[in-house]
Design a protein around this ligand. Sequence first.
Ligand code: GLU
Length: 496
Amino acid sequence: MSENQKEVRVRFAPSPTGRLHLGGGRTALYNYLLVKKMGGKFILRIEDTDQKRYVETAEQEIIDGLHWLGIDWDEGPDKGGPYGPYRQSQRKEIYQRYAEQLIDQGDAFYCFCSTDRLSEMKRLQQQRKEFPHYDGLCRDIPVEEARKRIAAGESYVIRFKTPKEGTTTVRDLLRGEITVENKTIDDYIIVKSDGWALYHLAAMVDDHLMKISHVIRGSEWIPTLPLHHLILKAFGWDEPVWIHLSVFLKPSGKGKMSKRESADLIKDGYSIFLTDLKDLGYVDEAVTNWIALMGWSYDDRTEIFNMSQLIDAFSLEHLNPSPAAINFTKLDYFNGVHIRMLEIDDLAQRIQPYFEADGYTADLDTLKKITPIIQERIAGLDEAPKIAGFFFEKEVHPKLEDLVQKGLDAAQCADIATKSYQILSALPVIDKDHGEPEMRALVEELALKPAQVFGVLRVAVTGQKISPPLFESMEIIGQDVVLERIKNAEKMLKAA
Ligand code: GLU
């Protein structure tokens, strides 16, 4: 198999240090789309070597978030596979072995500098307005001597020995060639004093051993890309295709969103965290569609995609490296569109938990009847109980001020209620074909506006000024209950 016919093998490599956000979701999605389009394998690798930042619940939340988006993998900690373990915390010896290899080759060195010395060095560099970098004190300690010091119990880290002359050029698929002078690349730490490899070594070793063909990752790794290139070169390993995605900017387009700003979003009903978006009433299809288009486009027209359409349409060439402003208005729009595309039974099932969250016991049979009349009217699943919760109330409690319509007094509205009762109780059924013509005749007879007459009826029956279509709603509620509610409203109005 020649170089460009290599099997596509990609990985999503989250660190379980926090919640899965849009950026992570998008990286995972593009990896997934590439593999589904080209055929190949998608690997989930958990990069959990940072004990200090480890968050117990993070891994499960990441997995749930990926599954919610419809993303699944072929190899991973939960699935196994030929190149495991897929959890970096179980690969410590592998990294140590490769770190030793670099030392033996002269491409890495043991460094014994104390943190005090390093901070003093940094301070002086700042004073001299130099870029902070390791000054090379331990670079040339003979390996034998260093190993003796280690055996005697001295604490150390391992640093990569970056060449100090010449330049390094790496090619990113979206950005073309990136060239830097080697003297600007620091002697980065690759193994910490606790013996754990850092990302720069661990990820390169894993990507090689796991035969990763394309590395699609965040643009925060561009500054250390030349280092990664040099590490691969030192081992004599092939390089993957590098793809560094665009950054996300705040909705205003001005700068990146801070942690604080991200947390504050929830007050406006938005979030950058995937599991929050689910709770906020977004359907996964909308979120997937939305994040897919934050850094990729098919053409300048088509914007509604489901997952299989995304797979068909996806290509790396159409990824866009320019920063993308987070646009929640667009998300709301996609949510409405995807909600309207759902099958009734599917939508009924999806809104059920939102009714429950709002305290209603909502059975699926009734929900299936309600769904067709609210599907066009909700922009989020969470809105369903807000406009249709009354279907599950034994009684409604209309406000007097809502029952009294604009331009009328309570007595006139009581009269509307009385007459509506007479009309609707005389019908064999109330539904979208029975009741409306008779009620329209009443509007004529009373020489009132339709909004006034239907307003009384709507508030009486639903308890709300805004509701799904009235006659369809009354059909679901049932004639007896409808009549009882009109009676109650009539009483309230008469007593006013
Ligand atoms: N663990 C790294 C992170 O979460 C992975 C970066 C990569 O995809 O290589 O940022």
